[in-house]
Ligand binder design. Structure first.
Ligand SMILES: *Cc1c(COP(=O)(O)O)cnc(C)c1O
Length: 318
C-alpha cells in the first residue's frame, strides 16, 4: 500500500528466512533493501536504524529475538526512532512471544507477526498484529476472494487452528510468571554444567539480552554434526533447524563474526515447558561426556593443548 510513498525497506541480515526470502522477492520487484549490520551479539543499533532511514523508506523490519542465538533487540528504542521518522515498524516476534514481555505500545510496534506452534499451539496458524490508530496501518490484500478478515485474507478460516492459537496464548499468559523463571533456571543450570566441566567453549549471542529458553554454544575442536550424532538422546540442532540439512555454516553465526571453524561446532539447546531438572542433569552428563570423547580423538585439540598455534600450521590442500 505504500509503494507510491517509497521503495526502501530496512531489515537485518540475521532475520529468519520468512523475512529474508520475502525481502529478496521484493528486491526482484524493484524494492531496495538495506541490511543493517549487527554487532558481535547479534544486536541492531537503534542509531544505525536512524542513519539508514531515507525519505524513500516505507518499512523497518527487525526481529524481536533471533531464533538461533536468542539475542533480543532494543525494540523500544528502534520503535521510537521509526515513530519520529514516520516510518512503519514491523517485527518478527515469533521467538519472543511467550518467552519475554511483548508490548506493542511501549515498543512502538506497528506490525507484529507471531506463530502458534512456537508457544505450544497448533502448526499452520499464525497472526499479524496491525496497528489501527497512531498511525492506522494500511495493507493490501494477501489473498483475494470473499472478503474475510476485513478483505485482507480471504478464504474460509481455519477455526480449529485459530481456537488453538487463542487457547495456547491464554495458557501461556496464565503460566508466564512461573514458567519463564523456571525455564531460565534450567537453561542457566545447563550452561553452568557445561562450562564448569569443559574448556574452549563459547556462548553465541548476548550474555544477558537473550531468550530465557535458548542456549547456543560452540565447542571448539568438535564437529557439530558428530556431537549431535554422539548424543542422540538429546533433541538439539546444529546451525539452524531449518537449514541443518545443509552443511553450510549458519548465516547468523557468520554475521556476528563467528569464524567458520567455530560455527561448525555450534549447537543450539532449547528448554521448554516440559523439560525437567532430571533431563538437564542427563543432558549435562551427555554433552560433557561426548565432547570429551570426541576431543580425545581430535589431533587438533591435542595440538592446541600442547600450545601449537594452529594458524601457524601449513595445511596441505587437495
Ligand atoms: C519459526 C520462525 C518463523 C516461521 O514461522 P512458521 O510458522 O514456522 O512458518 C519465523 N520467524 C522466526 C524468528 C521463527 O523462529
Amino acid at each position: 500500500m505504500y509503494a507510491e510513498k517509497g521503495n526502501h525497506i530496512i531489515t537485518t541480515p540475521i532475520e529468519h528466512k520468512a523475512v529474508l526470502d520475502t525481502c529478496e522477492h521484493l528486491e526482484r520487484k524493484g524494492y531496495k533493501i538495506t541490511y543493517l549490520e549487527v554487532d558481535q551479539y547479534g544486536q541492531v543499533s537503534p542509531e544505525a536504524v536512524r542513519n539508514a532511514i531515507t525519505d524513500k523508506t516505507i518499512l523497518v523490519s527487525v526481529m524481536m529475538a533471533n531464533n538461533e542465538i536468542g539475542t533480543i533487540n532494543p525494540m523500544a528504542e528502534i520503535g521510537k526512532i521509526c515513530k519520529e521518522k514516520g516510518v512503519l515498524f514491523h517485527t518478527d516476534a515469533v521467538q519472543a512471544v511467550g518467552k519475554v514481555e511483548v508490548d506493542v505500545q511501549k515498543m512502538g510496534i506497528d506490525l507484529l507477526s507471531l506463530t502458534a506452534h512456537k508457544f505450544y499451539g497448533p502448526k499452520g496458524v499464525g497472526a499479524l498484529y496491525v496497528r489501527r490508530k497512531n498511525p492506522r496501518v494500511r495493507l493490501s490484500a494477501l489473498i483475494h476472494g470473499g472478503g474475510h478478515e476485513r478483505g485482507m485474507r480471504s478464504g474460509t478460516l481455519n477455526v480449529p487452528g485459530i481456537v488453538g492459537l487463542g487457547k495456547a496464548a491464554e495458557l501461556m499468559v496464565r503460566n508466564f510468571s512461573t514458567e519463564i523463571p523456571r525455564i531460565k533456571r534450567l537453561r542457566d543450570k545447563l550452561w553452568d554444567g557445561i562450562r564448569n566441566n569443559l574448556d574452549e567453549i563459547y556462548l553465541n549471542g548476548h550474555p544477558t539480552e537473550r531468550l530465557p529458553n535458548n542456549l547456543n554454544v560452540s565447542f571448539a575442536y568438535v564437529e557439530g554434526e558428530s556431537l549431535m550424532m554422539g548424543m542422540k538422546e538429546l533433541a538439539v540442532s546444529s546451525g539452524s533447524a531449518c537449514t541443518s540439512a545443509s552443511l553450510e555454516p549458519s548465516y547468523v553465526l557468520k554475521a556476528i563474526g563467528v569464524g567458520e571453524d567455530l560455527a561448525h561446532t555450534s549447537i543450539r539447546f532449547s528448554i521448554g515447558r516440559f523439560t525437567t531438572d532430571e533431563e538437564i542433569d542427563f543432558a549435562i552428563n551427555k554433552v560433557v561426556g561426548t565432547v570429551r570423547k570426541l576431543r580425545d580423538l581430535s589431533p587438533l585439540y591435542e595440538m592446541a593443548k600442547e600450545g601449537i598455534d594452529l594458524k601457524s600450521v601449513a595445511w596441505t590442500g587437495h
